[in-house]
Design a protein around this ligand. Structure first.
Ligand SMILES: *[C@@H]1O[C@H](CO)[C@@H](O)[C@H](O)[C@H]1NC(C)=O
Ligand SMILES: *[C@@H]1O[C@H](CO)[C@@H](O)[C@H](O)[C@H]1NC(C)=O
Length: 394
């Protein structure tokens, strides 16, 4: 009697185990480090409140998006949380800007409890997914590097490594013994700290064992490299009435728009890599040292193509066409999207509406107009009603 009851129970447990394992496998195959994007919502009212100096209350739903190591990083480095929130939002805003005229427009969910902020499109390893990983990783790198320089993170400062180094840029004639015409000084954005923190925080959980985890690691790293690559020297003149007898220079982060533009170019030329290749070690000495998680070379899907470089975006699966709504795949479709009747590009009604046709509507818009400049310093405008035709997909 007892044995008879025990068998179905065991069977049930085994079945439940199988189901759980299948679910885990689906999650693992997308890599595990993507839920933190939900932290972008921490900036919304009541999700993040100061309790006492140096202490923050975090809404449990937001807290739940962080992995254990990420929570520890946030706890051990006061100030980084707000920078990460800022970086995530900067990345989302940039993604939506870059994709505003495309069928997939980088929209995010308002209610993401337990789910992915960008929705199920992330389950697929396509180009759009690659862009999301790269831009969010870049966003964190950028925001942390700047926050260090602004003094809002306790464990880092401006980057002073340049100070004390002999500056380049010999004066005029290039005579060997001349004094340099500028020197390092001031406060550089701390790209090294930002880069390293982004690796620690963003790449948590991407162990690089599965191909999908390698895809994520590669794209995260590409995002960071694009921020670092665009660092610029900025200078200021000192001396009597702008004579510039002394010039000091420091390294400044690029505007995030520049990073977004460059990553969008890489999106257009992204490399498809081969499913079933686990990546080979890159160069001699690979596999040694702490940074080796990043030291792999993915092979191109098409043997005729060059292997992807470190700043390229890589993907595994072809993108869906994003035409029709499909909640199971996290696709919104383009019904009701605004399109441009005269454009032949992706924002044109033909392509945006996938050949379904569009509706045209006259609307009245209120705009500022007839603006005049009044000395000094005021701009006065009238409001005008403007008739405009808008086109939306059927
Ligand atoms: C993206 O498109 C959807 C319709 O498909 C629309 O509802 C949404 O407002 C758009 N989001 C952004 C950020 O433009
Ligand atoms: C529509 O597309 C045309 C041609 O590409 C462009 O000149 C125009 O500015 C676009 N209009 C809008 C409202 O974006």
């Amino acid at each position: 009697m007892r044995a008879a009851a025990a068998i179905p129970l065991l069977l049930l447990m085994a079945l439940a185990g199988l189901a759980a394992r299948a679910a885990t496998r689906a999650k693992m195959s997308r890599g595990r480090g993507s839920k933190w994007w939900g932290i972008a919502k921490a900036g919304e009212p009541n999700n993040l409140l100061p309790l006492a100096p140096g202490e923050l209350y975090m809404d449990p739903a937001v807290h739940a998006t962080l992995r254990r190591k990420q929570r520890r990083l946030v706890r051990d480095h006061p100030g980084v949380l707000l920078a990460v929130v800022k970086g995530a939002n900067q990345a989302i805003g940039e993604c939506q800007f870059q994709f505003r005229n495309r069928r997939w427009n980088c929209s995010t969910k308002n209610f993401f409890r337990g789910k992915n902020l960008f929705g199920k499109i992330v389950d697929r390893g396509c180009r759009e997914t690659a862009f999301i990983y790269a831009i969010t990783s870049a966003g964190v790198t950028h925001a942390i590097a700047r926050a260090c320089a602004e003094g809002s993170i306790q464990s880092c400062t401006c980057d002073y490594r340049h100070a004390g180094r002999v500056a380049g840029g010999r004066g005029g004639g290039g005579g060997g013994g001349k004094k340099p015409d500028w020197e390092w000084g001031g406060c550089s954005d701390n790209i090294e700290y930002g880069f390293k923190f982004s690796r620690d925080f963003v790449d948590t959980g991407e162990r690089g064992r599965t191909l999908r985890e390698k895809m994520n690691l590669h794209n995260n790293e590409a995002g960071r490299l694009h921020v670092r690559e665009e660092m610029r020297k900025e200078c200021k003149c000192h001396g009597m009435s702008g004579s510039c007898t002394v010039k000091t220079c420091w390294m400044r982060l690029p505007h995030f728009r520049v990073v977004g533009d460059n990553l969008k170019d890489r999106f257009d030329g992204a490399s498809r890599v081969l499913v079933g290749n686990a990546g080979s070690p890159r160069g001699p000495g690979a596999g040694k040292g702490k940074g080796n998680r990043y030291n792999f070379q993915l092979q191109p899907y098409d043997a005729q193509h060059k292997p992807p470089g470190r700043k390229d975006l890589v993907y595994l699966d072809q993108s869906p066409n994003f035409c029709e709504r499909n909640p199971r795949q996290g696709i919104q479709g383009t019904h009701g999207r605004e399109c441009n009747e005269t454009s032949l590009g992706l924002d044109g009604c033909d392509l945006m509406c996938c050949g379904r046709g569009h509706r045209s509507q006259e609307v009245m818009l209120v705009e500022r107009c007839h603006c005049t400049f009044h000395w000094c310093c005021e701009v006065k405008c009238k409001t005008c009603h403007v008739r405009k035709t808008i086109h939306t997909c059927q």
